[in-house]
Ligand binder design. Sequence first.
Ligand code: ZN
Ligand code: ZN
Length: 159
Amino acid sequence: MTKLLSVLRTKYPGISFVPKDSFYWSPRTSTVFYVPEALEGANGQWSLLHELGHALLGHSNFKSDFGLLKLESEAWVKAQKEAKNHTITIDPDHIEDCLDSYRDWLYQRSTCPGCLSSSLQIEPRKYRCFNCNNLWNVSSSRTCRTYRKNQKASVIEAF
Ligand SMILES: [Zn+2]
Ligand SMILES: [Zn+2]
């Protein structure tokens, strides 16, 4: 199953592939990080292709949380195209689950801890509520995660 990895390495010599404890793309070092054990299964291969999608699209640092959702969706489209070259089919339900988990994450971050109104991101790590003027910080942007159980990790720190 790590055959995919070696094929991708040869095909994209400009991108580094480095083992790590989670899948993510680092634009700064042009590196796709991957979980070696996970490549044994389909989900891991899909994640690898997804991160490669970010790499091939030249995705750099995010501008806003909602902009990030668009990048996520684009990376999956790219991943699906690349998957075809390797006779891999990415389950569309898996993609929807991933995007849903992003939406949940966005919803959590952008909901005012004071009055539960939907609020606006004013800086990469700061939100303001129009309703009660509450201001709060959020943790830095998350990397792509495919499992719903990991989505609860984001922490809202209310001032
Ligand atoms: Zn509020
Ligand atoms: Zn992603």
